[in-house]
Design a protein around this ligand. Structure first.
Ligand code: C5P
Length: 246
């Protein structure tokens, strides 16, 4: 049984760029958030190292923007030979995260019972323990994700021109915030993606596709440090975590 990792890393990271005051077409010339450097190394390479360090992982498929593929291959060869000890494949991503994952899923070869893990390129602080627990959960249940219980009170709102109005309070005991990795038996994930494509459904994570295909998804404990670097302010936290995580 193989464990195959898919890293969607084809986002433009416009939330990072716009907060930095970069406007219009200049946005496109900024590095995407997964290439922003943390201690001189792109976030994506930090993330890849976390998976390369897990013995059970056999292949890593990375979805990138077309114009970033050859430069990134060179960077891996010169700066991250440790990552290349695994089989690493680079594919062209799509317009949405889901299409980026789809293009890796289309390109890879797997048996029905193999495990596929999907992980955001911009979550470089995932631990070996979380990765291993998601693998174990996916083996046992067919589908498992890392998640974090909500500590804040959660409100359902209606957006207004000025902001938002609260519609209701959702008891937080029933709330989990979804992180990645999200892990699945290959046949479970493939069926969910095929059904979503047939229905034109676009989700913000893989679990939502698997849920709608009728398969139960287990949750294993994620970590507050497993942050998704999204806005410029997240970089300060990331630099702090980097210093304290070694
Ligand atoms: O922008 P978002 O929060 O959806 O990004 C989550 C992950 O999905 C990031 O690692 C990003 O690079 C990736 N992504 C992608 N292809 C897209 C959009 C996002 O691979 N078209």
């Amino acid at each position: 049984m193989k464990v195959i990792v898919i890293i969607p890393a084809a986002g433009l990271g416009t939330r990072m760029a716009s907060k930095a005051g970069i406007q219009g077409k200049d946005k496109k010339t900024q590095p995407s958030k997964q290439f922003t450097e943390l201690a001189g190394t792109p976030i994506l390479i930090h993330t890849l190292r976390r998976f390369a360090a897990v013995g059970a992982v056999s292949e890593i498929w990375i979805a990138l923007r077309d114009n970033e593929i050859s430069g990134f291959r060179t960077r891996l060869e010169t700066e991250a030979r440790d990552v290349l000890e695994k089989k690493v494949e680079l594919v062209v991503g799509g317009e949405h995260r889901q299409q980026s994952v789809q293009s890796a899923l289309n390109a890879l070869r797997a048996a029905a019972g193999d495990i596929v893990l999907v992980h955001d390129a911009v979550r470089p602080f995932v631990t070996s323990e979380i990765i291993q627990e998601v693998i174990e959960g996916a083996k046992k249940y067919g589908a498992a994700i890392a998640g974090l219980p909500a500590v804040d009170t959660v409100k359902q709102v209606e957006r207004t021109a000025e902001g938002a109005l609260i519609k209701s309070t959702i008891p937080r005991v029933g709330i989990v915030l979804a992180q990645t990795p999200q892990g699945f038996r290959y046949h479970v994930l493939k069926k969910a993606f095929d059904e979503a494509a047939a229905d034109g459904y676009v989700g913000t994570d893989e679990s939502s596709l698997v849920e709608r295909s009728g398969h139960a998804v287990a949750v294993v404990m994620g970590s507050p440090q497993n942050i998704k670097i999204t806005a410029p302010a997240d970089m300060q936290l990331a630099e702090f975590y980097l210093k304290t995580s070694h």
